[in-house]
Design a protein around this ligand. Structure first.
Ligand code: FO1
Length: 335
């Protein structure tokens, strides 16, 4: 393969391969930050999970879309991995006044999900535009432009799609109830995708079909990548071009770097290891990129039917993310 050349400052047309990333939140955002260091940002598209979307205070909140936009705009809070850096929380504090008078059973003034003062502007804008009749794809493009991004950020669907989690303790609940309110600390019995014939958008479909490279980000395979794969045709589109689809394992040394992916895999009968990840992805991706910590498992990944690349996958610094992006793209282009 000819190595991706990175941003071309000579005035010549961009030579970057077109890269599409099947994306959840934090892991995908960090991978995308690496990709835009080594290819033209305009050649990069993120197809993003919206199963985590929720309505709070009458506002439409899209956590994974916002995590990607804020990260690529260098505006993310680096410690939390969500929300804006240097955020203030005066609105959340002011809401506490109403908690005392809220009648039992009312969902008003939810204070368990923290919306920062500046982050609220994004939710105001998205909600107002959706109410005007714009679709989520259009509104997300407007938000990405407002944050100065050159890459394309696409919601997986413009239709309503909600991930629900069946827990042992609380029954079937919304994803954010499980993830934030219960701090993903309760055992999961089942994942349900609640939607009414939601479809991949035309733009997301073209991004998967037309890209030179498709990467599956190191996001939770069940609740971040899973909702995208649950849309009709997505697995078939990936299978059709499996040779140039490369997945990056979100599990390193048997553990998730962030979030509950390891426990969730085990609770739902999968192995919380790169082998478990390979079993979930081998039909749709030709290669699994695993961390050096899992070198000993590379042969088993190959026996499971995937090619295997071993490199640093813990994106603790921009250079690591860029190198991971290079490795994954090279694997896809040589497929
Ligand atoms: N995650 C939390 O753990 N606690 C929060 O209060 C919280 C608020 C929040 C607000 C906006 C946003 O875009 C994301 C937010 N997240 C919060 C992150 C988030 O909901 C999850 O990390 C993802 O849904 C899982 O990918």
């Amino acid at each position: 393969m000819s190595a991706p050349t990175g941003p071309d400052r000579s005035g010549a047309p961009p030579t970057s391969p077109r890269v599409t990333v099947i994306s959840g939140g934090v892991g995908a955002a960090r991978l995308l930050s690496g990709i835009v260091q080594v290819v033209e940002p305009a050649a990069v598209t993120a197809v993003v999970n919206t199963g985590d979307d929720t309505e709070l205070h009458g506002l439409h909140v899209s956590p994974d879309l916002d995590t990607i936009v804020y990260t690529l705009a260098n505006a993310i809070d680096p410690e939390r991995g969500w929300g804006l850096v240097d955020e203030t929380w005066r609105t959340m504090a002011a809401l506490e006044r109403y908690v005392a008078v809220r009648p039992d059973g009312s969902a008003a003034a939810p204070t368990w999900f923290n919306l920062g003062d500046h982050d609220l502007a994004t939710h105001f804008y998205r909600t107002a535009r959706l109410r005007e009749g714009a679709d989520l794809t259009t509104v997300t493009a407007e938000i990405a432009t407002a944050w100065g991004l050159a890459l394309r950020v696409l919601p997986m669907t413009d239709q309503r799609f909600r991930t629900r989690i069946e827990t042992e303790s609380d029954g079937l609940i919304d994803f954010q109830d499980y993830f934030v309110r219960l701090r993903h600390a309760v055992p999961v019995r089942r994942i349900e995708f609640d939607h009414d014939d939601a479809r991949l958008t035309r733009q997301a479909r073209a991004a998967i079909v037309d890209a030179d490279v498709v990467l599956i980000a190191p996001s939770n395979p069940l609740v971040s990548v899973g909702p995208i794969r649950a849309l009709p045709d997505v697995d078939a589109l990936l299978r059709d071009r499996r040779d140039s689809v490369v997945a990056i394992s979100p599990i390193v040394g048997g553990a998730a770097l962030k979030g509950p992916a390891d426990r969730m895999l085990t609770e739902l009968g999968h192995e919380a290891s790169v082998i478990g990840v390979a079993s979930l992805y081998r039909d749709v991706a030709s290669t699994l990129v695993i961390d050096r910590a899992d070198t000993a498992s590379a042969e088993q990944v190959r026996s499971a039917g995937m090619r295997c690349e071993v490199t640093d996958t813990v994106m603790s610094a921009p250079g690591v993310a860029a190198e991971l992006a290079r490795t994954a793209m090279a694997a896809a282009l040589s497929g």
